[in-house]
Design a binder for this molecule. Structure first.
Ligand SMILES: [Zn+2]
Ligand SMILES: [Zn+2]
Length: 193
């Protein structure tokens, strides 16, 4: 959409006042692609989106905290929502869905987890920050356990030639397995189903 120099000027004024693209579209009767293109061309960064009236003032961690209940032995139970009746423990913060355990991990470490987060303790459904691990953390802690109980393997490759440095994982009892072989078996099972 071509717009007149006067409209470009009006647009620049609106952007300078902090208007969103949507507001500029409404005020000047231009389309939203044009508004976005001129925002970039005129050198304006993204406008601050207006805060919805019902937006929670709690941080992600604070919101998470409202759904957990400490139980015996320093474990924690989830009192929030579960996906599909009894599935993954989740909650919503600022319109985004988070899993209880990924935020528990974030609460302890201050960073986003890598891969799946599981509770490594014996308490069913535990969401305590000190009980959860992401992929690398789990591999490390289970690997240490495997070494202690004498299950660590000196092999550098699995029987199918996958490097153990990269693909070795451990089950809860410290038994090593090859994640690449597991993934291949899963894929074959899905293809056959
Ligand atoms: Zn626990
Ligand atoms: Zn393998």
């Amino acid at each position: 959409m071509q717009i007149a120099p006067a409209t470009v000027q009006a647009l620049a004024d609106l952007f300078a006042q902090g208007a969103t693209n949507k507001a500029a579209v409404r005020a000047l009767g231009i389309d939203k692609d044009t508004a976005a293109r001129y925002r970039a061309r005129l050198g304006f960064g993204p406008a601050k989106q207006p805060t919805p009236a019902n937006r929670s003032t709690l941080t992600l961690a604070e919101k998470w905290q409202t759904y957990v209940r400490p139980v015996e032995g320093d474990h924690m139970e989830w009192t929030g929502r579960r996906r599909n009746n009894g599935g993954t423990m989740v909650f919503t913060h600022h319109s985004r869905e988070y899993t209880a355990r990924s935020v528990a991990f974030y609460v302890r470490t201050g960073r986003k987890p890598v891969g799946k987060v599981t509770a490594e303790c014996e308490y069913p459904g535990c969401v305590a920050p000190q009980c959860v691990e992401d992929d690398p953390g789990r591999t490390r802690s289970r690997g240490q356990y495997a070494a202690v109980v004498g299950l660590a393997t000196p092999l550098t490759e699995c029987t199918n030639g996958h490097s153990t440095a990269e693909h070795r994982r451990y089950d809860r009892d410290g038994r090593p397995y090859c994640a690449a072989c597991h993934a291949a078996t899963d894929a074959r099972r899905k293809a056959a189903a």
